[in-house]
Design a protein. Structure first.
Ligand code: PRP
Length: 212
């Protein structure tokens, strides 16, 4: 099922508020990204395929389930790195394939500088991890790369998105699924999400914050 899912949950709303706050320091910011990524991943993985399996408990044999699909986590460097550990914690068998993209400061267009994706054997389901979806250019570049790899099902997990970026992704890749904590209305003249949270990469890695 394709579409945009803005996940409504009181814990998401509260953690997101702290994430937005400019006074939240980098260590807490990382913890909040971690929590929100877990909550988003819980929602985004509800339709993963499983098959029955029998286990022997200390008392009896019983039926359970196990995943049948190869899951790939695709963090977009840098900021997406902060979402890897919490999602791997939920899906320990997932594979992690890194993609490096940054936005050119002048044009706001994505520049690809690293790809660890192999040429063959695409995963069954790819989860793109990136805290921010602004113009959508970076995600469209990532989706194009995953389509070329041959991934049949792609889900994007972003903490904050701008309406403009969501529309671009929906129109360019109508089969994709977008899971977000919140969709903000605007981009400023530097293509930062407003109200947003500033520059996620800088706040995660405690580097210069020039989002103002
Ligand atoms: C940010 C963010 C996304 C991208 C979103 O990365 O993490 O990857 O910008 O913008 P877009 O939707 O307009 O393409 P950034 O370029 O700041 O790189 P970083 O993660 O290294 O900080």
């Amino acid at each position: 099922m394709s579409g945009v899912f803005e996940v409504q949950h009181p814990l998401i709303a509260c953690h997101l508020t702290r994430l937005r706050d400019e006074s939240t320091p980098s260590p807490e910011f990382r913890q909040l990204v971690n929590r929100l990524a877990s909550l988003l991943a819980y929602e985004a993985t509800k339709d993963l395929h499983t098959e029955p399996v029998t286990v022997q408990t200390p008392l009896a044999r019983t039926e359970g389930r196990r995943l049948t699909q190869r899951i790939g986590l695709i963090p977009i460097l840098r900021a997406g790195l902060a979402m890897v550990d919490p999602v791997l914690e939920l899906i320990p068998s997932a594979e992690v394939w890194h993609l490096g993209l940054y936005r050119d400061e002048e044009t706001a267009k994505p520049v690809k500088y690293y790809s660890k994706l192999p040429a063959e054997r695409p995963v069954d389901v790819a989860l793109i991890l990136d805290p921010m979806l602004a113009t959508g250019g970076s995600v469209v570049a990532a989706l194009t790369t995953l389509r070329d790899w041959g991934v049949p099902h792609v889900k994007l997990l972003s903490l904050i998105a701008a309406e403009e970026g969501v529309k671009l992704v929906e129109s360019t890749f109508p089969d994709s699924q977008i899971y977000v904590c919140h969709i903000d209305p605007d981009l400023n003249d530097r293509k930062f999400i407003v109200p947003g949270l500033g520059d996620a990469g800088d706040r995660i890695f405690n580097t210069v914050n020039d989002a103002g």
